[in-house]
Design a protein around this ligand. Structure first.
Ligand code: ATP
Ligand code: ZN
Length: 589
């Protein structure tokens, strides 16, 4: 606060000077003689007046020839000046009654005050903007040469490959630019917590040998207007100073939530932050070797603007590890730990369904602590068992990690049903993956079924899609009994109904309804809808029965895929095809 003291001293000095000047000017001013206008006119006639100064004010000043000053009433008449001039009296014109000295003083005073005021305000705003800069300067954790490599990440092979491609891009961006290849500026990694998203981003930075700038989306959520946006700009400024680097934004959903267009409760501030991010992302060139990696647990909550080309146009799922991946992760974390020979890592992997990588690491660590406490020779199954309860005790949803075995079986058979019917009815569809590991969307499991790209759907294809959707429930019924079917098919039933209703109402694919648009004809009349419901129900039942027959005739295949799924948790297309091939072989023998 030294600056403030200087300012106070300055003001005091100016005041002191002003006061002294004023007192002196009062003290040494000759006394002014007040005379009447009559007296004045007499003196004029007697040629005793040297000069007068006239102004608009009520009084008029002048000087006698002997140098004495006087004042008198100002007659304010036209021709006064001339009447003086003809008497050889000097006439000064001034607009006010202040003396030049006083005027000068006033000017000095005003100048001094203005100077001080400007200095103060400038100083203040400098301070404010400095504070602001400090706040918008986000804390970034920078790491270079961290020892995390891709080999430190187990499982998630597809995602790993995808990200590994970027190493070369960061190293030699010019190479890609020469070919006009637009490399991604932004990548979103999405998936459940603790699955290694941060790990992936770190590995990319260290494999490419560049800086790793890490921030969290929640750092940008600020109460002060414009601060979040300021922080975004400072982040990118820092990145550009570094040259090539990997920017990691954890919890991107904190800034990139879907915007509430025209709705209530949309926050201008978060909009501003998101806009700043979008602007910065479009601002740098792909050839700079900067890659932004964002992580979120929920892709579906993000604003679409973030996912457009030139922004985060690559989205990579980082899922929970399946059996093999869990085994790999456990191997990784037992490498530098004394493990009892009797301990089966595969066995632990089998017992840790739905464990994330972070949880597996935690498990091994807790087991190591247990072993250390006992001064044991090595980590044994007992230490793991104890650790198991410590790890899942911290969970909000214990049942999810410790899912009942019967639920796993049901999921496996349900998904096998979808896969088998897809393979039988639509061999041209790619079944890229069947898994009983829940995806982030929360379903029990899922099968990825990608139909070939085309313009129209045929009636047959639509019917086949209904059958594929129904297959999950049908298998549940066939294997576990009609009374044991589960709620797991609700999405399937919705999808099947949507397709069938569209076929009947819009596409003229029902003989009973005919070639009409149902909605145009009937609107939403209750009686007509009852008829529609009946037709739909009957048709659905027919398709259900047909599919059931198909599955009954291929029971063995369903068993084979389901049991394989229970074993491995995830099957890729190759493994599914192998199951089918084995079935054919058996049938032929
Ligand atoms: N696939 C994996 N291989 C090896 N270790 C893993 C893996 N997944 C997670 N881990 C372990 O879990 C820890 C946490 O992982 P990380 O922070 O990368 O998860 P995340 O997906 O970013 O989680 P969050 O969504 O909570 O930020 C890692 O430091 C690592 O020890
Ligand atoms: Zn299903």
């Amino acid at each position: 606060m030294n600056k403030n003291r200087i300012v106070i001293i300055l003001i005091s000095v100016v005041f002191l000077l002003l006061t002294i000047t004023f007192i002196f000017s009062m003290k040494f001013k000759k006394p002014v003689l007040q005379i009447s206008y009559i007296e004045f006119m007499e003196k004029v006639d007697n040629k005793q007046i040297k000069s007068v100064s006239i102004s608009d004010s009520a009084q008029l000043k002048g000087e006698f020839k002997d140098g004495e000053q006087f004042i008198t009433d100002n007659p304010r008449i036209d021709g006064f000046k001339e009447s003086m001039l003809v008497k050889n009296i000097e006439v000064k014109e001034s607009s006010d009654q202040y003396s030049p000295g006083q005027l000068a003083l006033a000017i000095v005073a005003i100048g001094a005050f203005a100077g001080v005021a400007i200095y103060l305000s400038k100083n203040n705003s400098q301070q404010v903007s400095k504070e602001y800069d400090k706040m918008s300067n986000i804390e970034i954790s920078t790491e270079k040469d961290s020892n995390i490599r891709f080999s430190n990440i187990a499982g998630n092979e597809e995602a790993k490959e995808n990200i590994m491609e970027l190493v070369d891009f960061i190293k030699n961006p010019q190479k890609y630019e020469r070919y006009g290849a637009r490399m991604p500026k932004g990548i979103i990694l999405y998936g459940p917590p603790g699955t290694g998203k941060t790990l992936m981003a770190k590995a990319l930075a260290s494999e490419a040998g560049v800086d790793f700038l890490a921030v969290s989306g929640s750092d940008f959520v600020q109460i002060y207007a414009g601060l979040g946006a300021g922080r975004i700009r400072s982040l990118f400024k820092k990145a550009k100073e570094k040259g090539k680097c990997v920017i990691f934004i954890d919890e991107i959903d904190a800034i990139g939530k879907k915007r509430d267009r025209g709705g209530l409760g949309g926050s201008d501030e978060s909009d501003r932050t998101l806009n700043a991010l979008l602007t910065e992302m479009s601002g740098f060139k792909g050839s700079e070797g900067i890659v932004v990696i964002a992580a979120t647990n929920r892709l579906d909550t993000l604003d679409e603007a973030l996912l457009r080309p030139g922004r985060f146009d690559r989205q990579i799922e980082i899922g929970l590890p399946d059996l093999n991946a869990r085994h790999e992760i456990l191997k990784l974390y037992s490498k530098d730990r004394p493990i009892a020979v009797s301990l089966s890592l595969r066995g632990i992997a089998e017992q840790t369904v739905y464990f994330s990588g972070a949880k597996l690491e935690n498990l091994m660590n807790e087991a190591a602590i247990n072993a250390a406490r006992e001064n044991a020779e090595a980590i044994t199954a007992l230490h793991i068992d104890k650790a198991f309860y410590t790890v899942i005790a911290g969970d909000e949803k214990k049942d999810r990690s410790n899912i009942r075995n019967i639920d796993r079986r049901i999921t496996a058979y349900h998904e096998a049903g979808h896969a088998v019917v897809t393979k039988l009815l639509c061999p041209e569809n790619k079944v890229t993956k069947v898994t009983i590991i829940p995806s982030t969307k929360g379903a029990g499991g899922f099968s990825m079924n990608i139909p070939p790209d085309k313009m129209y759907n045929t009636k047959k294809e639509m019917i086949n899609n209904i059958k594929i959707a129904l297959a999950g429930r049908i298998v549940e019924e066939l294997i576990f009994g009609a009374d044991n079917v589960t709620t797991g098919a609700s999405n399937d039933i919705q999808k099947a109904t949507e397709i069938l209703v569209a076929m009947i109402k819009q596409f003229g694919m029902s003989e009973e309804i005919g070639m009409i648009n149902y909605d145009i004809l009937f609107g939403h009349q209750g009686s007509a809808d009852r008829k529609l419901a009946e037709i739909t129900r009957n048709e659905m039942q027919r398709l259900y029965d047909e599919t059931k027959l198909l599955i009954e005739n291929n029971r063995e295949l369903v068993y084979s895929i389901a049991e394989n799924l229970l074993d491995k948790e995830t099957l890729n297309e190759e493994e599914i095809d192998k199951c089918i091939e084995n079935m054919w072989q058996k049938a032929l023998n």
